[in-house]
Design a protein around this ligand. Structure first.
Ligand code: ASP
Length: 324
């Protein structure tokens, strides 16, 4: 019933737009909902994207953080938002891992949204507090195995990229350690630098400068090739973990039933924003990789989402980690 109402609301909205298309859109600020805490990697991408989309969309674009439950609360929130293009979701790879991790997920990533396009791919880095005893990957593995009862791993909750990466790390070294969930890796990184937690796997959008200035220790990158802004950091594959590859891809979603002219305008603004010179240069500096033109489309996002769900579901099920 709720769904029928939403489809009706979308139809009414489309009718209201009529032949004028999306001429009156946006009629108020467009809010990009960020599923994690302010100051973290997803927030960094979201804030810069909001700025880059402001001119092409012809209105203000702001961000709002709605952290919780590994990013799933934000997706639920946007699913229930008015389908008028003024509330959209920026989410990452977590959109594809949540279905396998949550026994009860209150949204279906493949049917509850409209798809705007992908944004940028971000590698992850395995890092530790500045005074952690291990100085390289070999020492890290040996230390964690020998001290598994006391070493801990911070993450941004079940469904976060840091959770997935931590899961891959534990399975690669066949050792389980205690995990400490945060509302985002922004606050987790603050605690890591403050030496309150030991290890974290996090996107280069947050770790690049900290690694470059030796404020945290780094052991490996989850990309297939070395990250150009961190040329001395070996990949996980180089260090004997060939299956340890994670690219944190991002997508922008709108509530189901958002009218097509509005979706088209959002997509055009996203494409212009991602190609904006300031956005591109800043992302490049943070170790990210640009996406193809095909990825910057609704189909490019939905097809990738589907492929990633198919890829991660069996891996996560094998690891056997769930939430209710
Ligand atoms: N890096 C986080 C993650 O693990 C999210 C964030 O705070 O941006 O998904």
């Amino acid at each position: 019933m709720k769904n029928a109402y939403r489809i009706l609301a979308g139809a009414v909205c489309a009718l209201a737009l009529g032949t004028a298309g999306a001429q009156n859109y946006p009629s108020k600020p467009v809010t990009i909902i960020i599923p994690f805490a302010a100051g973290g990697p997803t927030d960094i991408v979201g804030r810069q994207l909001a700025q880059a989309m402001t001119k092409p969309i012809g209105g203000t674009v702001i961000v709002e953080n709605k952290p919780g439950a590994g990013g799933t609360l934000a997706a639920e929130f946007v699913k229930a938002a008015a389908p008028d293009g003024h509330t959209v979701l920026l989410h990452h790879i977590g959109m594809s891992t949540a279905p396998a991790l949550y026994r009860t997920l209150r949204f279906n990533p493949l049917t509850d949204f409209e798809y705007i396009g992908q944004v940028v791919d971000v590698p992850m880095t395995l890092v530790a507090r500045p005074d952690f005893p291990a100085n390289n990957m070999k020492e890290l593995v040996a230390y964690v195995k020998a001290n598994k009862a006391k070493v801990n791993l911070a993450n941004a909750g079940l469904g976060a990229a840091s959770h997935l990466c931590g899961l891959l790390f534990q399975s690669a070294i066949q050792t389980e350690i205690q995990t400490i969930p945060y509302k985002g890796t922004g606050p987790a990184m603050t605690d890591l630098q403050g030496k309150q937690v030991d290890i974290l796997c996090d996107q280069t959008t947050q770790t690049t400068q900290l690694i470059q200035t030796d404020r945290i220790k780094a052991y490996g990158a989850t990309s297939s090739k070395r990250i150009s802004s961190l040329p001395n950091l070996p990949t996980m594959a180089e260090q004997g973990f060939p299956a340890f590859e994670v690219a944190v891809w991002h997508g922008v979603y709108a509530p189901k039933g958002t009218p097509k002219p509005v979706l088209d305008k959002l997509n055009a603004a996203l494409r212009a924003g991602v190609k904006d010179a300031t956005f591109a240069a800043s992302m490049d500096k943070l170790g990210t990789l640009p996406v193809s033109d095909a990825a910057l489309t609704p189909d490019g996002l939905r097809n990738h989402l589907k492929a990633e769900i198919d890829k991660w579901t069996p891996i996560i099920k094998k690891a056997g980690q769930y939430a209710d």
